[in-house]
Design a protein around this ligand. Sequence first.
Ligand code: NOJ
Length: 527
Amino acid sequence: MAMTPWWQRGAIYQVYPRSFADGNGDGVGDLPGLRAHLDHLSELHAEAVWLSPVFPSPMADFGYDVADYCDVDPLFGTLADLDQLIADCHGRGIRVVLDWVPNHSSDQHPWFVESRSGREHPRRDWYVWRDGAADGGPPNDWRSEFGAVGPAWNFDEGTAQWYLHSYTPQQPDLNWENPAVEAAMHDVVRFWLDRGVDGLRIDALQRLAKDPLLRSNAGSTRRHDQDWPTVHERLRAIRRVVDEYPDRMIVGEVYLLDVQRVVDHLSGGDQLHLAHNFVFLHLPWDAGAFRTVIEDFQRLAEPDAWPAWFLGNHDHSRIATRYDDGGHGPARARAVALLLTALRGTPFLYQGDELGLPDAVVPPDRVVDVDGRDPERAPLPWRPPSVAGPGAGFSTGEPWLPVVEDAEQLCVQRQAADPRSMLSLVRRLAALRAASPTLQSGGQQVLDAGPGVLAWLRTGDGERLLAAVNFAVEPRRLTGDALPGGECTVLLSTDPEWAPSSVAPRRSAVRDLTLQPSEAVLLRLPA
Ligand code: NOJ
């Protein structure tokens, strides 16, 4: 049997470098800070680390406005630091995935500075320039992704034309209709893969192809400012570049709330290896809703297409807050950790979700993001503030965003010492998956297990594992004809009181098991 590829085996851990660990005391996380904390990733059995952008940037969108695709911003360190990080990670068996932002650059990128300098400049057509509408307004009705920004067009006084920006005005969209742009961006991919990077996360992939006629969205049954069919040929061309190198991976941010469109980007074996599925991330806390998306993917995707599951990143309210609903957040965050580990597919884990962090409270005078995403970007608390000071071991200086209120209890050091903590649970789950070919690559079947309960079977090599999550706020017994009979062994429960070291594993029949509110379990069934 072929070996399971690294990007299927275990979790890909997302580091948001500004908020992970600050090595030089300036209040902003950096590469030396990250290198000093790689033990944390090893303890989580992270198969790979995905770094949000570390490239030179004016930081209008905190690095997603790239001014040089092939260097490191001094705020984060140097290119040598990044090379060293890659070497350190590889020494630990951890792959490195960088964030590639192909849809737009910074307005400070030399390409845009040139493009803006004159209508006749050879780089003019590297970005999307148009005359205004007859009424003097922008060329069409496209809006920025960020509500606060408004129209997706900015008027340039110097050349008296408008340029397109799907995000902030400091992020002009590159013109992917121009083959020179495509070739230049392919060279960026080669630059990083040549340096030993194992994969790329493609930012805003759905924006890479737009209606070349730039027609307005109004009055149309479909959007013209994204998800144009040409995206697939562009993606295949990117994949061909990636396939020049052995064992590399691309994961796309495919921000389309339609499972069919997500799987379309995984089809044919010549597009993405993995896709972030935002339908999943937007689910309400409901067993039936989760079941539908899991089965939709299974049904719609080609058998070789591999799922990826994630419920958090740096753009969305934290899991523990989003699913809190009157105090259930911590227990549900634990259940989510089991769900992501035991589903067939690659789990993505956003830094801090292994601690069950809630959103931080950000007072109005400390708000820095244009789109309200500061709360989920708060720095990681490493040590109790009572010992390490207000920077909570993240920084010796003033953190760029406030740390979460309960850093004292939620910090890594405290949780690592407590076998009942979220961190200890996540580490146990990761160890289980690392040791289990069935969890890594076995088959999967969703079962009927009674109302409010999501249950699924994982099978492989004579082994059968059953995972179940109680979404209800009251205890629920596992019921249903589909459930396999016989005695089972509880490999793990998310109930904080359950500890494998203190008691012998519970043995009982599957149908005798009662799950506590928000409890999730992983069981071994007789072969
Ligand atoms: C998606 C990124 O995750 C987000 O942080 C960013 O603002 C946009 N793409 C634009 O690059």
